[in-house]
Design a protein around this ligand. Structure first.
Ligand code: ATP
Ligand code: MG
Length: 209
């Protein structure tokens, strides 16, 4: 029953269907890669699963319930999204950006959130930057911070419901080769150890393999 799925999903953008009758199933503990050329509709698929784009036909189900029937808070409490462009240039402390992942979880204690942040900082290899401010980071560092923020959200969701789903749109596009591998390996470990179902859009076939 626990799965994040699209059933014959079609999504229209402009005057054409960029997604046509796509059915995929993402289970807890699983990492699913989505590959395809520019313009194939990968981000559109992710956008529909994130609840940002509506289906023209078909539906998106999360643990058997229609995503369209859940409000934004309920969606944020079960799935976390890393968009392809996270265009944020505010001058916040790095840990404050990462802590934002816990906003949808008002019941979480500060100690719990601290703990999730600490673990996620390690999962994104950011320990050496902990004192930094977001505005002064490189592109790849900023991308890893967004990754850590998404992990905090997923950890909080899993603490509340036992599992969580993560949608990552090209999460390694700005990363150096070592960090590409590092992040992908972490994603795999965490899917199993933390009960995450992870969908990853990517271009590198070797990395996907
Ligand atoms: N806001 C929009 N209005 C109209 N068409 C759009 C819009 N956004 C995207 N499209 C079109 O939808 C198609 C799919 O776009 P999408 O962003 O899903 O591709 P993608 O597979 O993620 O590509 P990339 O690898 O470049 O990120 C493209 O042809 C694009 O031109
Ligand atoms: Mg895209």
């Amino acid at each position: 029953m626990n799965a994040f799925e699209t059933c014959a999903l079609s999504v229209r953008r402009g005057s054409r269907d960029v997604i046509r009758e796509v059915s995929i199933k993402l289970r807890v503990g699983e990492v699913v890669g989505v590959l395809g050329p520019n313009g194939a509709g990968k981000s559109s698929l992710l956008g529909a699963m994130a609840g940002e784009l509506s289906a023209r036909s078909g539906e998106v189900l999360i643990d058997g319930r229609s995503l369209a029937g859940l409000d934004a808070l309920a969606q944020a409490r079960i799935r976390a999204v890393l968009p392809q462009q996270a265009a944020l240039t505010f001058d916040l402390a790095l840990t404050d950006v990462i802590r934002m992942g816990a906003y949808p979880f008002a019941q979480a204690t500060p100690a719990q959130v601290d703990d999730w942040v600490r673990q996620s900082v390690l999962d994104a290899d950011l320990a050496h930057l902990e004192a930094a401010r977001y505005g002064e980071l490189s592109g790849g560092e900023a991308q890893r911070i967004q990754f850590a923020r998404v992990l905090v959200q997923a950890r909080a969701a899993a603490a509340a419901t036992g599992h969580a789903y993560i949608l990552l749109d090209e999460p390694t596009s700005s990363l150096d080769p070592r960090h590409q591998l590092f992040v992908m390996q972490r994603v795999h470990q965490l899917a199993r150890s933390e009960n995450f179902g992870v969908l990853i859009v990517m271009h590198d076939i070797n990395l996907a393999a």
